[in-house]
Design a protein around this ligand. Sequence first.
Ligand SMILES: [Zn+2]
Length: 270
Amino acid sequence: MLELSKIAFPEVKRLSDSGRALVILPVGVVEEHGAHLPLGLDSFAAEVYAASAAPHLENTGYEVVVAPTINYGVAGAAIDFPGTLSLEPETLRSMVVEIGRSLARHGLKRLVILNGHRDRYHMKALDDARAILVEDKSAQVFCVGFASDPTITAACYRDGVIQYYKSPRPEREGHGGESETSVALHSFPELVKKEVIGELEPNFDYDVAAFRDETKDYGSLSDGRGYFGWPQAATAETGKQLVETRGRNIARVILREWGDAKQEKPEPTE
Ligand SMILES: [Zn+2]
């Protein structure tokens, strides 16, 4: 796995010539995740899942290049919490389109948008960007992670993970709860306020439909706590399993859409 911002331009030429490059663009947001987790969690998680998916894609012949993360997004539900920042959807859409066009100009024409933040306007902006890039034939583009298509979200993030939850109410675990706390404890433990977790009571009795359908803000839904579920159920070991499973899931979803790089026919020579 290569990071685009850490390589030099001749390497990009080589990647383009190889015809096997697959660019992953992680997308997150700056948004509250409870008093115990950092505001950038969704961006960090998208990067962690990209790194976890990459070896599975490389095993089938792709050369994975991870572009610098878009750390800002559309964040409506938690906007009243200190530190949550939000873009207009058009701003996010334009950023992704312009990044996609620039990549394509240099022959990097396979783009996976790996999104770590669930917000319907945010996800729609990413899907609109995908449609624009596909429409102008800039690139092949695919949205994974939290996606407008709920079957993609489930195939990436939910398949095969429930067995690792320790929460007594796994179906009530959501934003800032066991899953996100576990991933943080495994992947960026230095950013977790562990001394706070012990004070966090379970938040199981919230309006699940309003949470899922994003019809109420996180502050009123959680009595100002900002998390859903029970962060105390989280462990680093669970986080390890979630990262491995979701990385494998994401690679599988991409390969189902595009097939192996090895199966590609060589481009005709001019
Ligand atoms: Zn999150």
